[in-house]
Design a protein around this ligand. Structure first.
Ligand code: SAM
Length: 299
C-alpha cells in the first residue's frame, strides 16, 4: 500500500513503520482503553436492540485495536477498519485477518460509499475536515448511529464564548483560528488580521492543551511507555502550532455545536475519567443522524 496522507506524522512516518502506536496507546495513554470498552458496550446494546447483525465502519481505525475488540465481541458484525495511513492499516489487516466478517478500507473516509449502521469516529474527529459530518449522515442507515469520541482539547470555551457560538451558524476553523462569522473570515483572508476574540480563543486552546499534554506525557513516563512519550511530544508540538491542519484539537462544546448544526441529536454523552474539567479530554457521544423527511407527509 502506498501513503494517501501527505504530511509526516506519527501515523505516516517511516519511523513508526514497525511500531504499533495504537496498541501502545492502550496502556501508555490515559482514557483510550476505557473509551474502547464504552464503544463496544454501545454497539453491543444496539445489536441487541435491533436484533440483527450490524455493519460498523471504524473511521480512522489506525492499527485496528478497536475494530478487533468489536469483531471479537460481536462475531456476526461486519467491521470495516478505514484509514488513509498505510502503516497502521497494514497492522489492522493482520490483526483482523482471522475474522471473516472484518475487512479494511484504504481510502479517505470522505470517499467511502455504502450504507452502514454504525459509524465510529474514535480519536479521528480532530484529523478530519470539519464538514465530514455531512458524509456520515449520507452513509448511515435510517436506524443507524454515529459514535463519536475524541481526545479533545479540554473545554477552553467560556460560558460567554459558548453563548456567542450558540448564536452562530457560520462556524469555521481557518488556519487554526475559530471564526463564527463569514464576514470575519473574509476580512481575515484579505487583511491577514485575526480579531482579538478569535486570537484569545487560540491562546486559551494552547494553554489548555499544554496543561493536558503535560498530564498525558507524565502518565506515559509513569508507565515507562517511552514510545508513547516520544509520539505525544511530536503530537503536542503539532497541535500547538496553530495552523497545523493534521493535528488540531478543539473543544467538546465545539463538536456539540457542530453536531447540532449538522442535524445530529446526541442521545448519550460520556466523559471518560473522573477528573476536573481541565484534565477531562475524552468525551464520547452517541448520536442519531438528521431525520430524513417522510416523502409522503414531508414531516
Ligand atoms: C488518532 S488516530 C485514530 C486512532 C484509532 N481510531 C484507534 O482507535 O487507535 C487518527 C487516524 O485517522 C486517520 N485519518 C486521518 N484522516 C483520515 C481520513 N480522511 N479518512 C480516514 N482516516 C483518516 C489517520 O491516518 C490516523 O490513523
Amino acid at each position: 500500500m502506498t501513503e494517501l496522507g501527505s504530511a509526516d506524522t506519527v501515523y505516516t512516518s517511516s519511523a513508526y513503520r514497525t511500531i504499533d502506536v495504537g496498541s501502545l496507546m492502550r496502556t501508555g495513554h490515559p482514557d483510550i482503553a476505557e473509551g474502547d470498552e464504552h464503544i463496544v458496550s454501545v454497539v453491543r446494546g444496539m445489536r441487541a436492540r435491533l436484533g440483527r447483525p450490524l455493519r460498523v465502519l471504524d473511521v480512522g481505525s489506525g492499527s485496528g485495536d478497536l475494530s478487533l475488540l468489536l469483531v471479537r465481541a460481536l462475531p456476526d458484525t461486519a467491521v470495516i477498519a478505514n484509514d488513509i495511513a498505510a502503516n497502521p492499516l497494514a497492522q489492522a489487516r493482520d490483526k483482523l485477518a482471522p475474522y471473516p466478517t472484518a475487512s479494511v478500507s484504504f481510502e479517505r473516509f470522505e470517499d467511502y460509499s455504502g450504507e452502514v449502521d454504525v459509524v465510529v469516529s474514535w480519536g479521528t474527529h480532530h484529523h478530519l475536515s470539519h464538514d465530514y459530518l455531512k458524509h456520515v449522515a449520507e452513509i448511515l442507515s435510517p436506524d443507524g448511529v454515529l459514535i463519536i469520541g475524541d481526545e479533545f482539547c479540554p473545554e477552553y470555551l467560556s460560558d460567554t464564548d459558548q453563548k456567542r457560538l450558540a448564536q452562530s451558524e457560520e462556524i469555521e476553523v481557518v488556519d487554526g483560528y475559530l471564526f463564527d462569522s463569514a464576514a470575519d473570515v473574509e476580512s481575515y483572508r484579505s487583511t491577514g488580521r485575526v480579531p482579538d476574540w478569535n486570537e484569545g480563543l487560540e491562546q486559551a486552546r494552547r494553554l489548555a492543551l499544554w496543561h493536558w499534554y503535560k498530564f498525558v506525557i507524565d502518565f506515559a513516563v509513569a508507565h515507562e511507555a517511552w514510545t508513547v512519550v516520544m509520539a505525544e511530544l511530536a503530537i503536542c508540538r503539532d497541535d500547538l502550532e496553530t495552523g497545523n491542519a493534521d493535528e488540531h484539537k478543539t473543544s467538546p462544546y465545539l463538536l456539540e455545536r457542530e453536531l447540532e448544526l449538522n442535524g445530529f441529536s446526541v442521545v448519550e454523552r460520556a466523559v471518560i475519567g473522573d477528573r476536573p474539567v481541565e484534565l477531562s479530554s475524552f468525551v464520547l457521544y452517541t448520536c442519531r443522524p438528521p431525520a430524513v423527511p417522510d416523502v409522503r407527509t414531508g414531516a
